[in-house]
Design a protein around this ligand. Structure first.
Ligand code: F6P
Length: 531
């Protein structure tokens, strides 16, 4: 399987793929889901390579495992759980059965409760001690923060509810900054934690409760909770009417479609939130029905596998030319790296290929003035993934949006074409001559032949945003299946948590003997300086 791909790569790796890119290829190496177009023509994948990649999907059973996931099978084998974030956007309510029970009635009932609560908060029917809720503070971390925080930014043009703030870091600077800007009497605090045990979240939740208790007689009445833990939320004192639960078959980083999305729903309203769910559902249907050559999640996955596992490019840059998607790279870092950053297969064997890539990025055009230098002229190839909308939301500034789009398309063109030495000489021939001309020209050469993909869509509305998030979720699933790993556990986060718990008494003054010299030395330095 991998050998055939590697041999194929050897035969094409020195080719300049620019020579392939005519209008026929642009059609052939693009696919559409609804009104969203994915173009991967500017890569070195050709028809033979693509066939081998599709073969990989077939041989690793991607279609069968996809169907098993949607059907509620326990594909998260290391935790013995189903993987059913898709049920949260299954708005038609088609039965989904886990352990012999249809989970859809409960999913739809919780959605209904969320919508009623959101409507009450937004109308003032539910209020704080000081009147209508003006501010919502979502306290959560990882999947209980990144999804709704990204969504609240992405859909900023649709906000018509209370202001939403997100607190995640245990660094007190985070919560102090947010609480300073809120009036406790008109603030709703949402504690978002699947487990309701995460140290950062529970610490911040207690800080917020104490802050509110200084002004508000019954602070717990201005708290809501999003969690799988009925006991934990009750122990914290939050009334069951404001607890929105979900089951263990929703992974943290896949959870923004359900109760964890409540803060987003409060900001944009239940109707817009439903449009977001519908976008996710549309991508689910596309993923289940489209043949590989037209299947966006499968195509994103095979491009990713080609670049990382076959060509050996260790990172990929996600570059949204859509400022409202500025948190997408951070969100994808968790989605992709917590899901596919594993070196052991589902069967407990060491992986024979690289695990998932390092994902990073920033919105364009900002990145152009920061790190694109390395993308264009550095010695390593960094596959780039551009996202761009035909329209922004600022109708009166459309010409500015056109400039944004021109920049996006120019970057992928520049990465592909580059600039050779002759052309570079021409750029400086009027200023230098002889050896100095050669030296100066060399600095102005762009190697080119650097791959990129572009996801283009009409406008970042709630439906499209839902499509985009579900697209990336399914891409991660496909890549995980091909690698043979479990994309739905995260044992790699445990060790640091255990050691932090053990270090807490030491940073508070207990004896550091038994710790390694470096750690003990750092504790000593920090204590000398006021820790
Ligand atoms: O430590 C990692 C993690 O478990 C993530 O997978 C999760 O999204 C995050 O912590 C927060 O967990 P919780 O929602 O249980 O507080």
């Amino acid at each position: 399987m991998w050998n055939a791909l590697r041999s194929h790569f050897e035969t094409v790796k020195d080719r300049r793929f620019e020579t392939l890119v005519d209008t026929a290829r642009a059609e052939d190496f693009s696919a559409q889901a609804g009104d969203m177009r994915f173009d991967y023509a500017k890569t070195n994948i050709d028809a033979d390579g693509r066939a081998l990649l599709f073969d990989l999907l077939d041989k690793t059973g991607v279609a069968e495992k996809r169907d098993a996931m949607f059907a509620g099978a326990k594909i998260n084998e290391t935790e013995g759980r189903a993987v059913l974030h898709t049920a949260l956007r299954n708005l038609d309510g088609q039965p989904v059965v886990v352990d012999g029970e249809n989970v859809m009635p409960e999913v739809l009932e919780t959605l209904d409760r969320m919508e009623k609560f959101a409507a009450d908060v937004r109308s003032g029917a539910y209020s704080g001690q000081g009147g209508k809720i003006t501010d919502v503070v979502n306290i959560g971390i990882g999947g209980s923060d990144l999804g709704p925080a990204m969504g609240a930014l992405a859909l900023r043009p649709y906000h018509d509810g209370p202001r939403c703030h997100f607190v995640s870091n245990v660094d007190p600077a985070d919560i102090a900054d947010v609480l300073r800007s809120c009036d406790p009497a008109t603030t709703l605090v949402i504690v978002a934690s699947k487990t309701f045990t995460t140290i950062e979240t529970m610490t911040n939740a207690r800080t917020a409760k104490a802050w509110m208790g200084e002004t508000v007689t019954d602070p717990a009445a201005q708290f809501a909770a999003l969690s799988t833990s009925e006991q934990g939320t009750a122990d914290f004192g939050i009334d069951a009417s404001r607890v929105f639960g979900f089951e263990d078959w929703v992974g943290g980083r896949y959870s923004m479609w359900g109760p964890i999305g409540l803060s987003l729903m409060l900001a944009i309203g239940p109707d817009a939130f439903r449009a977001f769910l519908k976008g996710g559902q549309a991508m689910d249907q596309h993923f289940q029905a489209a043949p590989w050559a037209e299947n966006l999640p499968a195509l994103l996955a095979v491009v990713g596998i080609w670049h990382n596992q076959v060509c050996g490019h260790a990172t990929r840059a996600v570059l949204p030319y859509d400022n409202n998607l500025s948190r997408l790279p951070a969100y994808l870092q968790q989605l992709e790296m917590e899901s596919n950053g594993k070196g052991v297969s589902m069967d407990g064997e060491d992986l024979s290929v690289n695990s998932g890539p390092v994902v990073w990025g920033e919105p364009g055009t900002n990145g152009q003035h920061a790190f694109y230098q390395l993308i264009h002229q550095g010695t390593r190839v960094i596959p780039c993934e551009f996202l761009v909308a035909a329209r922004g939301h600022e109708d009166d500034l459309h010409h500015q949006h056109q400039l944004l789009v021109a920049n996006c398309l120019a970057q992928s063109e520049a990465l592909m074409k580059g600039r050779d030495l002759d052309e570079a000489r021409g750029k400086v021939a009027d200023k230098f001559e002889g050896a100095e001309l050669e030296r100066q020209a060399k600095h102005r050469v762009f190697p080119g032949n650097r791959p990129s993909t572009t996801l283009a869509y009409p406008q970042l509305d709630p439906f499209t945003f839902g499509q985009i998030v579900a697209l990336y979720e399914h891409r991660v699933f496909v890549e995980g299946v091909v690698l043979g790993i479990n994309s739905y556990d995260q044992w790699g986060v445990e060790l640091g948590k255990e050691l932090a718990t053990a270090l807490q008494p030491i940073v508070e003054g207990a004896n550091a003997s038994g710790k390694d010299g470096s750690t003990a030395g750092l504790v000593g330095f920090l204590q000398t300086n006021g820790l």
